[in-house]
Write a new protein. Structure first.
Length: 623
């Protein structure tokens, strides 16, 4: 470097050239110890002046910087080759007789030069260096440093660099702050704490704290560490998210004040605890479910993110974190999964009751759900007891209905029996007596007329007696008591069979019924058969009697003319009485008919009360 050049010349004074005229050159050659070839070969620009400022020596590098030939400079005042401002600054700097350094910007060349002057015994040695690139690099470095410092101070985090403090054995015993930003200074109140550049002063008992182990590990291993810690600064307790990284024999500390976040988390936890307390106070099982989606965004499951104690009791264990289709796959079978998915996708609330028999559950349940974010808030209620109560109430109602029906039927049959007995014992006996009296009449004067009259009267009386007996048998079906319902229905089919109508009876497995119920089925079969004979114009008809689980069924079908739905004979007296009788027994009556395709009438009566916890028996198919 040029700054070392004076050492080459200090031992060799330059002769006094004050008496020389311009252009006359040096009166004496340079000492042999400083040959010209050495000066010429130096890479730096060197100029030697005498006490009057006349150029005594100039090497090619200096001549090039000064934009002159060496011969043109030798023996000439240096100011002739320099800008006046620069020459004046050099004179002022050299007047002190001490080494100086001067940086000068030359506008015409847009370049910076560094002039270094070293006084000699009778003159001055100057070195010149073009420092434009160094100056630019320094300016860029200063700008970068300014930007870094601005960032260092602008970030909301606390930033600092701490140098390791070690004992004689090289063990880390403390940290000394080297550079910290204002945020750190404000938080740690360093300006008010003398000696706080030592971390042990800032944090009393530092080496006993768990964080010291982390710091020691970072400095010794170079592995960065991140942690959250709570610390008191003065009268403030703050939470910090701290990051440590080794730098040289020390570490960089970047910490973010997360006190607000921690307080919010505490509030959220408290709110969640309060919500959980409200949840747990409910006797209903409450859940919050979130959607589980695949890569295409389709809902493939639901996960429980919140549940109350009742839900855990119902499930016999924790449910948070469990998934619906993984842990309770039966929920898809009963339609629960699809129902909740529709609630999430459409926003429509869900209200579902279903018998659940799977995944460790057995009973009737009611599920409700409303949309909540990308999931639902749901309730689950075990309604088995309610269903049992409802079934029991229904059973009692049916028992009452059956008792009422039995009472009505008993009253009807009592009245019919009274009428039958009256016809048999009253009218019948009187007609029979009349017959006997007529048989005993004496002949008249006109025997032929008398005989004819007698014959007609006898025939009428016999007919009346037969009709009375027939009516008596219809009112009191003694065959039902003697032979049972199946035999009586088969008898109805035989009685109604004619050359024009083939009436058959099909009976499956059928239980023994209470007398009142058998009588009701007998009357309904009579009415169905009468309707076919009177209205169907059929050639074939059939009565079916069977007993699927929990039900009694009586069908009547024919291949008659049928009728359209708009012409249903609902208001006929016989059909209306039949409908009333079926409803009184808690059953149903359905009619299926169309013109030209006959008619089917189906009567279904509950046989046994519904078992507790099951609900109504499912209706069997038509097969």
């Amino acid at each position: 470097m040029s700054l070392k050049l004076p050492a080459l010349y200090v031992a060799y004074p330059v002769p006094d050239t004050s008496s020389l005229s311009p252009g006359s050159g040096l009166p004496h050659p340079l000492p042999a110890a400083l040959p010209l070839q050495v000066l010429q070969s130096l890479p730096g620009a060197v100029v030697v002046l005498d006490a009057s400022g006349i150029v005594q020596l100039v090497n090619p590098a200096a001549a090039q910087l000064l934009r002159c030939q060496p011969a043109a400079l030798l023996g000439q005042p240096l100011y002739a080759a320099l800008p006046a401002e620069l020459h004046e600054q050099l004179q002022q700097a050299g007047a002190a007789g001490e080494k100086f350094q001067l940086e000068y910007f030359e506008p015409g060349r847009a370049a910076w030069f560094c002039w270094v002057g070293v006084p000699l015994e009778a003159g001055l040695l100057l070195t010149i260096e073009d420092i434009t690139q160094a100056k630019q690099a320094r300016q860029e470095l200063q700008q970068a440093y300014a930007q870094l410092e601005a960032i260092f101070e602008a970030v909301p985090a606390q930033l600092g660099y701490y140098q390791a403090v070690r004992d004689e054995q090289g063990q880390l015993i403390d940290l000394r702050s080297v550079a910290i930003n204002r945020a750190s200074n404000t938080l740690m109140q360093l300006s008010d704490r003398p000696g706080a550049e030592l971390m042990s002063v800032l944090v009393p008992g530092l080496r006993e704290l768990p964080v010291w182990q982390t710091i020691t590990q970072v400095v010794s291993t170079g592995e960065p560490q991140r942690l959250e810690l709570e610390h008191r600064f003065g009268n403030q307790v703050r939470w910090l998210d701290v990051y440590y990284a080794r730098l040289g024999d020390g570490l960089i500390n970047a910490s973010l004040d997360i006190t607000a976040r921690k307080e919010l988390e505490q509030e959220l936890r408290a709110g969640k605890d309060r919500l959980q307390a409200v949840f747990d106070s409910s006797t209903l099982a409450l859940h919050v479910l979130k959607s589980v989606r695949d890569a295409a965004g389709r809902i493939i499951d639901f996960e429980v993110v919140l549940a109350n104690k009742a839900a855990e009791v119902e499930a016999q264990g924790p449910v948070v974190g469990r998934r619906m289709l993984v842990d309770w796959p039966h929920s898809r079978k009963v339609g629960l999964f699809d129902g909740i998915r529709r609630t999430v996708e459409t926003g429509q609330p869900l209200d579902l009751e279903h018998y659940f028999d799977g995944d460790g559950f057995q009973g009737w349940f009611r599920w409700t759900a409303v949309k909540l974010g990308d999931g639902v808030a749901s309730t689950v209620e075990n309604i088995t007891a309610r269903k049992q109560d409802t079934a029991e109430l229904l059973r009692l109602e049916r028992v009452q209905q059956q008792q009422l029906a039995n009472a009505v039927l008993a009253a009807q049959e009592t009245e019919r029996r009274r009428i039958a007995e009256s016809l048999h014992n009253g009218v019948g006996q009187q007609l029979y007596a009349a017959q006997l009296h007529l048989d005993g009449l004496a002949r008249t004067d006109n025997p032929a007329a008398f005989a004819e009259c007698k014959s007609q009267v006898l025939q009428l009386l016999r007919t009346a007696v037969w009709q009375t007996r027939d009516l008596s048998h219809q009112l009191i079906p003694t065959e039902l008591e003697d032979f049972g319902l199946v035999a009586v229905l088969q008898g109805i089919c035989r009685d109604f069979t004619t050359p024009q109508l083939r009436f058959t009876c099909e009976v499956g497995q059928f239980p023994t019924l209470p007398p009142a119920l058998e009588l009701a089925f007998y009357r309904m079969a009579q009415e169905l058969a009468n309707n076919i004979v009177k209205h169907a114009q059929a050639s074939e008809a059939t009565l079916h009697l069977r007993a699927p689980a929990g039900w009694l069924e009586l069908w009547a079908d024919d291949n008659g003319r049928g009728f359209s739905a708009t012409a249903r004979p609902d208001r006929g007296l016989g059909l209306q009485m039949l409908t009333d009788r079926v409803e009184l027994l808690g059953g149903t009556l359905t009619i299926d008919s169309s013109p030209g395709y006959g008619t089917q009438v189906r009567i279904r009566i509950p046989h046994q009360p519904v078992p507790l916890g099951v609900g109504l028996p499912p209706e069997p198919g038509l097969a």
